[in-house]
Design a protein around this ligand. Structure first.
Ligand SMILES: Nc1ncnc2c1ncn2[C@@H]1O[C@H](COP(=O)(O)OP(=O)(O)OP(=O)(O)O)[C@@H](O)[C@H]1O
Ligand SMILES: [Mg+2]
Length: 260
């Protein structure tokens, strides 16, 4: 198997790493029958790629064999953000496989994250809907699920293009990322409706990029702080908590897992 190195994937600052760890635990509680999991959101920039990549890393670090599929074929960011480097100067990825130019074995890579495998996107395609509708895509997900514990699929947002809904229809479950203080409730509700129509079970929502209020208990002791909150599957906030952090960091994601 060919190998890819992610040069820029580091452990997160304390509070964000802790929140991701809680998401990891909650995700594990959903059960191993949910193997093919789409990570999606309503609109761009809510944190799908961030959450899917770090959840992939943590699942792998905790001993699961896990495959990250970069299915945002229109404008993949994973390649550049994490500085994917392959031995081959012209590496093959998902679009090559879907177009029938190569086989799955050539686009499934081992990585420098132990137990972590990737099907990357190295060539973007302006309108991949036809490729995603092909049997090759659903067969690929089934085959990947057979050889791993989990397959996480990073996708474009549900509202803008049809790719996400289509991919959801091939998956066992969905994680819906919601950007705190930004995504309108109506759009979240609409995304949940789309996942239902795609017959894809909502495993939980991840409220992402929540800034902690500075007057919290912990902020008396630490200069920077970030908080997280839960939402249920109807987009309603259920709980809010705070974490402390002694350095500048990304805001914390947190998963509120539930079933429909
Ligand atoms: N919890 C977080 N804390 C800090 N920054 C974050 C967090 N989540 C995401 N970001 C940043 O926000 C930006 C958008 O995140 P990301 O690319 O993951 O969103 P996306 O939903 O995948 O976007 P798109 O819809 O364009 O694919 C990136 O710069 C990312 O590093
Ligand atoms: Mg993305």
């Amino acid at each position: 198997m060919k190998k890819l190195t992610l040069k820029n994937l580091t452990t997160l600052p304390y509070s964000a790493e802790e929140a991701m760890n809680r998401l990891l635990v909650n995700f594990g509680l959903c059960g191993r029958e949910f193997k093919k999991v789409i990570v999606t959101s309503s609109v761009p920039n809510e944190g799908k790629s961030f959450v899917s990549t770090h959840l992939w890393r943590l699942l792998a670090e905790s001993g699961n064999k896990v495959i990250l599929v970069d299915a945002d074929i229109r404008k993949s960011v994973i390649r550049n953000r994490y500085q994917l480097s392959a031995e081959d100067p012209n590496p093959l990825g998902l679009a090559h496989y879907l177009a029938g130019q190569t086989e799955l074995e050539d686009v499934l890579y081992a990585t420098n994250v132990k137990n972590g495998f990737i099907v990357p996107t190295f060539r973007t395609v302006a309108n991949p809907a036809i490729l995603l509708q092909s049997d090759r895509f659903s067969l690929m997900l089934d085959r990947l699920a057979q050889v791993s514990d989990y397959v996480l699929i990073d996708t474009p947002p549900l509202t803008n293009v049809s790719d996400g809904g289509l991919i959801a229809s091939y998956c066992d479950g969905a994680l819906l990322v919601v950007r705190s203080g930004s995504t309108p409730k109506g759009l979240v509700a609409n995304s949940i409706k789309q996942l239902t129509l795609a017959n894809c079970r909502l495993l939980g929502t991840v409220l992402n990029r929540v800034e902690q209020k500075q007057n919290s208990y912990y902020s008396k002791y630490y200069r920077y702080g970030y908080g997280y909150g839960y939402t249920d599957e109807n987009g309603k906030k259920k709980h809010r908590a705070h974490h402390s952090n002694s350095g500048k960091s990304p805001s914390s994601p947190e998963g509120g897992m539930g079933t429909k």
